[in-house]
Design a protein around this ligand. Structure first.
Ligand SMILES: Cc1ncc(COP(=O)(O)O)c(C=O)c1O
Length: 412
């Protein structure tokens, strides 16, 4: 029975809101079929979710100890809406000293960087206005703009230039209704790290058009590039209006503790009322999870001794994937320089969602199609791989992908 039919004939039918109609999150949606196949007895290899805890990465020791302490010491009441003062102080000190972000107007905490991004966009844009998103994008941005009736305009990341943004094309998208540019660096889903020159051009463009930059740097501690260096976009111009997002999910391997933050920087007189609007919304949702906020200060002020081992492990796994991908006819990839993702190119593919579905059904390998990241190209498909899994699992997955490709090319 379709929805219209339901509404006409069944008065008890509970109709979902229009705001939810275009909400899709492919990264988790592919697991619906995967779980069904698993229930039927198929062995599945999940390379779809960027959750370090699913693999051999564990919550940072400093965070674990601090959270246990907080729960044992009665820190389970509501926290201040913008976040614990000691955590905010640690976040801003780290941003100033290490990332060189100057002119900090204020910061706030949320249940994951996700909530901070949601608050930032809700406090900024009105229905009918637009925000520039990368293509491919991290899909959460689309779900927020869609829910708020804000138009998402996509600027292209250029595969032939290390997946860096095409700034000329970005500039053509800006009109009088544009409010912000979203920059994800290091990037999900490509794993690329943008050059300083590119970041400077984005800052110039944003300033020329009086736009805010939503600067998602949640992977900034997971950079293992050989010849490039991470530079925070927020450090480049103290007069640019920027919110830099980060959190506990990736660098400290605690995505389930749901703690993230946003740092608002730029000229105070330009940002004061906007920051206050974010705080008004933060008050309306009470607070971020209280005991988990105690993890922030010890983590940010700690030795970071866990990070070199993580980066080393990720780099090795990246290398294995690149080597395996290069051996499969019709597949290629721009090696990632950070995070734990790569966006693999499939030649002669008109429907990457169907390609990934068949791969899952036939071989039990779960990856997310490029179209799930708002990226399509004629006759070329993509899929995102998460390479957090151990080396043996990655090798097994790519052997299965090679066999899948060989079967499907056979007889063409
Ligand atoms: C680019 C990007 N931004 C934000 C998030 C969300 O982070 P959090 O777990 O802190 O909500 C993710 C999670 O995968 C991400 O990849």
């Amino acid at each position: 029975m379709d929805e219209k039919h339901d509404m006409e004939f069944n008065k008890d039918y509970i109709e979902p809101s229009q705001a939810t109609r275009n909400i899709h999150y492919s990264i988790r949606e592919v697991t619906v079929l995967a779980r069904k196949l698993q229930k039927e007895g198929k062995r599945m290899i999940y390379l779809n979710i960027g959750d370090p805890n699913v693999y051999d990465f564990d919550l940072a020791k400093e965070a674990r100890e601090a959270v246990i302490w907080a729960i044992q010491h009665g820190k389970c009441g509501y926290a201040p809406s913008e976040g614990l003062p000691e955590a905010i102080e640690a976040i801003e000190k780290d941003a100033r000293d290490r990332q060189h972000i100057r002119n900090i107007v204020g910061s706030y905490m949320g249940n994951g960087a996700s909530e901070c991004i949601d608050l930032a966009i809700t406090a900024l844009a009105n229905p009918g206005e637009n925000i520039l998103l990368p293509s491919p994008t991290y899909p959460q941005y689309e779900t927020i703009t869609s829910r708020l009736s804000i138009e998402a305009r996509y600027y292209r990341l250029d595969e032939s230039h290390n997946w860096e943004p095409d700034i000329e094309q970005m500039a053509t998208l800006i009109n009088e209704k544009t409010r912000a540019i979203v920059v994800i660096n290091p990037n999900n889903p490509t794993g690329s790290l943008y050059s300083e020159a590119t970041l400077r051009k984005i800052v110039e463009l944003a300033k020329a058009h009086h736009l805010l930059i939503l600067n998602d740097e949640i992977y900034e501690r997971l950079v293992f590039a050989d010849h490039a260096q991470y530079i925070s976009l927020g450090s480049l111009d103290p007069e640019a209006s920027v919110i830099t997002f980060s959190g506990m999910s990736k660098a400290y391997q605690g995505p389930g503790i749901r703690i993230g933050w946003g740092i608002v920087s730029g000229k105070k007189e330009n940002l004061e009322s906007y920051y206050e609007a974010i705080l008004r919304m933060a008050r309306a949702r009470l607070c971020a999870s209280h005991p988990f906020q105690y993890a922030i200060k010890p983590c940010l002020e700690g030795t970071q001794s866990h990070l070199p081992g993580i980066r080393e492990k990720l780099k090795r796994r990246r290398d294995i994937c690149v080597e395996k991908i290069n051996q499969i006819p019709g597949l290629s990839v721009v090696p990632s320089q950070a995070a734990f993702y790569m966006f693999v190119r499939i030649e002669n593919c008109d429907d990457d969602a169907e390609w990934c579905r068949q791969l899952m059904v036939e071989k039990g390998v779960v990856v997310v199609p490029g179209s799930g990241f708002a990226y399509t190209e004629p006759h070329v498909g993509h899929f995102r791989i998460v390479y957090l899994a151990d080396e043996a699992t990655l090798i097994e997955a790519f052997d299965k992908i090679a066999s899948f490709v060989a079967n499907h090319n056979h007889g063409e």
